[in-house]
Ligand binder design. Structure first.
Ligand SMILES: [Zn+2]
Length: 331
């Protein structure tokens, strides 16, 4: 087995190292660094990239990763793991989807603002592009990758593996196999919408030959044991499937493979009451949620326009016209 050289760090076989890569120097001289947890196994095998919190309010993913890797024995690991528990430390510091202090200060310089959409990035670009380029340099040296998210605040997903664009060929096929082994029971295989757009982390990783999907689970800004335990076991399923650790993946009892997200927006403002439960199978015409005005009149009932699965709920207590109230996954 050989040393693992990554991001200026040399990790001998059978060892685990924490490390940091400088991302940006702020106006007061403070340096913000990307944290790394690198495990170079004692036995040969694939290299797996695991990343979370490229959006800073998506905390469940951080805990999913440290729990999934807590009991890894470096000497017995087959292959290596490049784990970036907080992919965007400055937005994590803000506890916000974006590094909001930078965005408020210089909004034009911060466009594009969302690093997740800026892959493969640009080392001479703005903060989002520099971050994407720094991460992509590591991702492109791996064999497989998983990018963990939660919805932003006010949204809640079933645990769902969202595949990159199907046009990406053989690497997409391998990403799809990994999503089934992942075992969360929910897979989105779509060719439309922002999750499969050019520039998204998993799309560009897969295009570069590193099969990857986006994993969404839980809720932004919250840390929940059940969500963390589930996510950690799915990550371990991938490691078992890749034969990096011992054991067989725990299969999902049932897997829904969906073809499209259908977001339903409120036409009226008011208080939002969810009527169907997250994960429910619904028929066309079933009520998903109701909107009451502040006097107690029901002003809108949002129904499923077609059969589907209630994959993402809005957990904010109020909505304005035009805000997303519910999302169906179409089978
Ligand atoms: Zn996200």
């Amino acid at each position: 087995m050989a040393d693992l050289d990554i991001a200026g760090l040399t990790v001998p076989p059978g060892t685990r190292r924490r490390h940091e890569i400088e991302l940006v120097e702020l106006a007061d001289g403070t340096k913000v660094s990307i944290p790394l947890d690198i495990i170079n196994g004692g036995e040969p095998g694939p290299r797996l990239y695991l990343g979370a919190a490229i959006h800073g309010d998506e905390v469940d993913g951080v805990a999913i990763l440290f729990r999934a890797l807590a009991d890894i024995d470096p000497a017995r690991l087959r292959g290596s793991i490049v784990c970036v528990p907080v992919q965007h430390p400055l937005s994590f510091h803000a506890d916000h989807r974006l590094p909001i202090s930078q965005f408020m200060k210089s909004p034009l310089d911060q466009a594009p603002a969302d690093a997740w959409t800026c892959f493969p990035g640009a080392a001479d670009g703005n903060l989002a592009q520099i971050l994407a380029a720094t991460l992509f340099d590591m991702i492109s040296k791996c064999d497989w990758a998983v990018d963990i998210h939660t919805p932003t605040r006010g949204g809640r997903y079933v645990p769902i593996a969202i595949l990159p664009h199907p046009s990406l060929g053989e690497a997409h096929g391998r990403a799809e196999e990994m999503a089934h082994a992942f075992g969360s029971g929910w897979i989105m295989r779509t060719d439309s919408g922002f999750y499969v757009s050019d520039g998204i982390l998993c799309v560009e990783a897969t295009r570069a030959g590193v099969p990857c999907f986006t994993f969404e689970t839980g809720e932004g800004g919250r840390l929940e044991e059940e969500v963390v335990d589930g996510g950690a076991s799915y990550i371990q399923n991938v490691m078992k499937w890749l034969n990096m650790i011992d054991g067989d993946p725990i299969p999902a009892q049932q897997t829904y493979v969906m073809r499209e997200f259908l977001g339903l927006r409120a036409q009226r403002g008011g208080l939002l009451f969810n009527r169907a439960k997250l994960g429910d199978l619904v028929k066309a015409g079933d009520t998903l949620c109701s909107i009451f005005n502040i006097y107690g009149d029901e002003v809108e009932t949002i129904v499923a326009p077609e059969d589907g699965v209630f994959v993402r709920t809005t957990t904010l207590s109020t909505v304005s016209r035009g805000e997303r109230a519910a999302t169906l996954g179409l089978l």
